[in-house]
Design a protein around this ligand. Structure first.
Ligand SMILES: [Zn+2]
Length: 430
């Protein structure tokens, strides 16, 4: 994507997310973004009747000293950006080699800002200065000298601060998040974090939410460094409060229970659970051929309760070929679980279920020789052995870890109290 032609003005930060995910061609063809493309990408948009692929730019190069803040978009490399400025390939090579002492140019991040100063000539341009800040907040500086380029690095002091935002859903959560100024990446992460508890995509209007995220600023310039991190998300629906705290690399409920999906429980509510067929190749009991068994069969009496192996959202609840009556649940972190041969389904598509909730009853619908539960675990679209993901512990923080979690939670709660006149209330969901 060529976003940084000489003729263009500085591109507002707000558009970068769009720029990163939508190709310029899509801008041109999309009615919805037509006004944006004409305004921000004037030099790229042909007047009419042209797909914009084949017409060379006839604009004239502006000569003399130029200065600009470039922002890395999807598909950009340092080389491509310098090339767009008119820097020769030989110089690009020298610049990349000089930078490599302090910085790997392959580590450029989408949205990263690069300040450049260059001399624009008739035939080629010459870079005189380049400054950027890496993901760790270090300032990288490159300057042209008579013999080539020199680079230096300045370790920066970072200040972390927590920010809280609360709001009410009117149309849907995505729009409400945007209207309340929650950065896109934080809003996406909040949806992901809350998925084990509630289907955020289907939140009704008037649902209240709170988000706390952390951002790191350069101590001197007060500019944002790196990505914003979600620390806490809560939604209150029908008087029920769903809260998640990010701690370490996981999300926890207020009581310190991990919401990580790896902690699956055996989905049968019965005193004695017996596995009648394991995951892997087996002689199919009905078709008498060797076939991979994509799940685990639990032997159980007809009508025994079947429960959700982890919290999530029901994505199927129907009759499904050889599976008979079938329920499938989507969980966090790319996990899904499925339950087949049921005699009754107790949930509907779109329902949010907590770990251990009743979702159906054991039966022998579909291709089954007798009453049993066929249980599958799917991770990133691939069937995996459910037994490898059974809960080893409860996933609850204990001892010193729990003390640290409590301190962390108190800090989040203090931020919420300071920033909001009143915080969300309701029964805690977990
Ligand atoms: Zn089976």
């Amino acid at each position: 994507m060529r976003l940084f032609r000489q003729k263009q003005d500085f591109i507002p930060l707000g558009l970068l997310g769009l720029a990163a995910i939508i190709s310029l061609r899509e801008y041109k063809t999309s009615q919805h973004f037509a006004h944006l493309s004409q305004f921000y990408f004037q030099s790229e948009v042909p007047a009419s009747g042209n797909d914009g692929d084949d017409e060379p730019d006839e604009e004239k190069r502006i000569l003399g000293t130029q200065q600009r803040s470039l922002v890395v978009a999807c598909g950009d490399t340092l080389s491509s950006m310098l090339k767009d400025m008119g820097i020769s390939l030989q110089d690009i090579d020298a610049i990349t080699r000089a930078l490599s002492k302090h910085y790997n140019v392959k580590n450029l991040q989408i949205g990263q800002s690069i300040d450049v100063v260059w001399e624009s000539g008739e035939d080629a341009s010459k870079l005189t200065r380049l400054e950027t800040v890496d993901s760790a907040g270090n300032a990288i500086k490159l300057e042209a000298t008579e013999s080539g380029y020199t680079t230096s690095v300045c370790k920066r002091m970072l200040v972390a601060q927590l920010k809280s935002v609360s709001g009410i859903v009117t149309t849907n959560f995505a729009i409400a998040a945007q209207q309340n100024g929650i950065p896109n990446a934080v809003a996406h992460e909040a949806v992901r974090a809350l998925t084990p508890l509630i289907n955020v995509g289907r939140l009704k209007s008037n649902a209240a939410f709170e988000i706390v995220f952390e951002e790191k600023l350069d101590a001197n310039t007060k500019k944002l460094v790196g990505k914003r991190q979600l620390k806490y998300a809560a939604v209150s629906v029908d008087g029920k409060l769903h809260k998640v705290y990010s701690f370490g690399n996981r999300y926890y409920s207020e009581s310190g229970h991990s919401l990580k999906t790896e902690f699956l429980i055996v989905p049968i509510r019965s005193r004695s659970v017996r596995i009648s067929s394991r995951f892997g190749m087996r002689l199919h009991p009905i078709f008498r051929v060797m076939k991979k068994h994509c799940g685990v069969d639990y032997e159980a009496r007809y009508g025994t309760d079947v429960c959700a192996a982890a919290s999530g959202v029901v994505v199927s609840a129907c009759s499904y070929g050889g599976y008979g009556l079938y329920v499938r649940i989507r969980h966090a972190n790319g996990f899904e679980t499925a339950y087949g041969h049921l005699s009754a389904i107790l949930v509907r598509k779109g329902d949010c279920v907590n770990q251990g909730d009743r979702i159906g009853r054991v039966g022998s619908s579909g291709h089954a020789t007798g009453p049993h539960l066929h249980h599958e675990v799917i991770r990133h679209q691939i069937h995996v052995d459910p037994q490898k993901y059974l809960s080893i512990g409860s996933g609850k923080l204990t001892g010193h870890d729990f003390e640290r979690f409590k301190q962390y939670k108190d800090e989040i709660d203090r931020t919420l109290k300071e920033d909001n006149a009143h915080t969300l209330s309701g029964d805690i969901s977990v």
